[in-house]
Design a protein around this ligand. Structure first.
Ligand SMILES: [Zn+2]
Length: 271
């Protein structure tokens, strides 16, 4: 599933083709995603793009006529392709840019989202976005903020870090990696994490997410960026998917537990 770095890689990949340019029209081939795509998309013409933003795992294309809200779901990709590119299976939507280039949405599992907000409707006020926690890469996201948001929960810290209402974008893979880098056991109760540990966690959340963005994201299943290239951060993972392999610091075999989802950690280095 694309996580925050992959969505940010996608945003950075498509933004230069869109900003200060026009979306000529949309081609919707298959509207029956989990939430059906509104027929309104087929009527839109010549939208001047003002910005391409990200909030959590949503991409928001703001135009002079309204905003497009996009979520990649479980398996979605947005690829920037030349106009003559043949359509393949699961190519559900084209964003056709003035000049001919296309941003093509392919989504095998159809959990993605394409939603139109006409002028005057604010996508940020949509319930899906309004309840999201702070952005982890925002400079206002500090250890004190994280501590304030997690210290009243009794659930394991791994599970709480993955809660989008606590902080967005720390998905399953990154939660294991951040906790390992911070030497905090994923099994610890959230309320037992100190403010000092929260500062370390925030530093590692920011470092690891930024490193993953810099490497084009993490391709575990089949994510690829807007140019179709797979993410390389998978080669940097220290614990995720490495059950039984030696810890890179102390050599102890790494362990696996199910906390929300698959969790990997070193029983020696993390306490
Ligand atoms: Zn270790």
């Amino acid at each position: 599933m694309p996580e925050l770095p992959e969505v940010e890689v996608t945003r950075r990949g498509i933004a230069p083709a869109l900003i200060n340019n026009c979306i000529s029209h949309f081609v919707v081939r298959f509207p029956r995603l989990r939430t059906p795509i509104s027929p309104e998309f087929s009527t839109l013409r010549n939208l001047r793009v003002l910005s391409v933003d990200r909030r959590g795992k949503y991409i928001i294309i703001r135009t002079d006529q309204g905003s497009v809200l996009i979520h990649l779901g479980m398996s979605g990709h947005l690829h920037l392709v030349p106009p003559e590119t043949p359509v393949i299976k699961h190519d559900h939507v084209d964003i056709v840019i003035a000049g001919g280039q296309i941003i093509r949405f392919n989504d095998q599992r159809r959990f993605g989202l394409f939603e139109w907000f006409a002028e005057g409707q604010d996508p940020y006020k949509d319930p899906k976005l309004a309840r999201l926690g702070p952005e982890p890469l925002d400079e206002n996201f500090t250890g004190a903020v994280l501590y304030e948001r997690i210290h009243h929960f009794k659930a394991p810290v791994k599970k709480i870090l993955m809660d989008n209402e606590v902080v967005v974008g720390v998905g399953n893979i990154y939660a294991s990696e951040v906790l390992f880098a911070s030497r905090v056991s994923p099994l610890r109760r959230s309320c037992d994490i100190t403010e000092k540990e929260c500062e370390v966690l925030v530093r590692n959340i920011q470092r690891i997410l930024n490193a993953s963005i810099g490497r084009g994201g993490t391709t575990i299943h089949d994510f690829s960026g807007s140019d179709g290239s797979p993410g390389q951060y998978v080669n940097e993972l220290k614990v995720y998917g490495r059950k039984g392999l030696p810890c890179c610091i102390c050599g102890t075999p790494l362990e696996h537990a199910v906390i929300g989802r698959s969790t990997y950690y070193c029983p020696e280095c993390q306490s």
